[in-house]
Design a protein around this ligand. Structure first.
Ligand SMILES: [Zn+2]
Length: 202
């Protein structure tokens, strides 16, 4: 109970309910869960290129030659990659920030993989468009605005070795304050299709 209660979103009551539930199940149910937890720590790692969690590095998306390497979708968490993949429309690559700007939680730009993103884009990556797909929450929007600012030098003709990069933001339509990870596939596909250029006036 004490260990479960340490997990995010699980209070003391839920931890108690989960524990009692497990005790009522056949022993193998609890053993399967324990084995899965052990496996996830031992085998899952963050892809050194995009930050996506996978059981190999580079991850299956980065190492798939059929993916469109001119498109780079920036998301907060690995779970968002899964959500967009389930929507089934996007064929580009990803960059996982590992969170979003949150002054209250002490998460600044240095805590996110922004430097890795810039390094990726600077390396003659062939990326033509960066799609900012942070969550439609206040922190997600602040993160999007921050990214727009740091990516700005790459969008001008003077930037990045003459190769201009377009920076777009997924459309609203996702519930405000919502979480990409839990949005349905149709909503995600529409938000991606209706993405628009980010400019300082909006
Ligand atoms: Zn990857």
């Amino acid at each position: 109970m004490a260990e479960l209660a340490k997990l995010p979103g699980i209070g003391r009551k839920t931890a108690q309910r989960l524990t009692f539930h497990l005790l009522k199940q056949p022993a193998e149910t609890a053993e399967r869960l324990a084995a899965a937890i052990r496996r996830v720590r031992g085998q899952v790692l963050a892809c050194a290129t995009c930050g996506n969690l996978a059981d190999e590095d580079p991850c299956p998306i980065c190492s798939d030659p059929r993916r469109d390497a001119t498109l780079l979708c920036v998301v907060e968490e690995s779970g968002d990659v899964g959500a967009i993949e389930r929507a089934g429309r996007y064929r580009g690559l990803y960059h996982v920030l590992g969170g979003r700007l949150s002054p209250l939680e002490g998460i600044g730009p240095d805590e996110l993989h922004v430097d890795r993103l810039l390094a990726r884009l600077a390396n003659g990556s062939g990326v033509r468009e960066v799609i900012v797909a942070t969550n439609p929450s206040m922190e997600g929007e602040a993160t999007a605005t921050y990214l727009q600012q740091v990516l700005k030098p790459l969008t001008g003709a003077e930037g990045g070795g003459g190769s201009r990069i377009r920076v777009t933001r997924i459309a609203r339509g996702l519930p405000v304050g919502g979480d990409l990870e839990y949005a349905d596939a149709v909503t995600i596909a529409q938000a991606l299709a209706a993405r628009r250029d980010m400019s300082e006036t909006d």
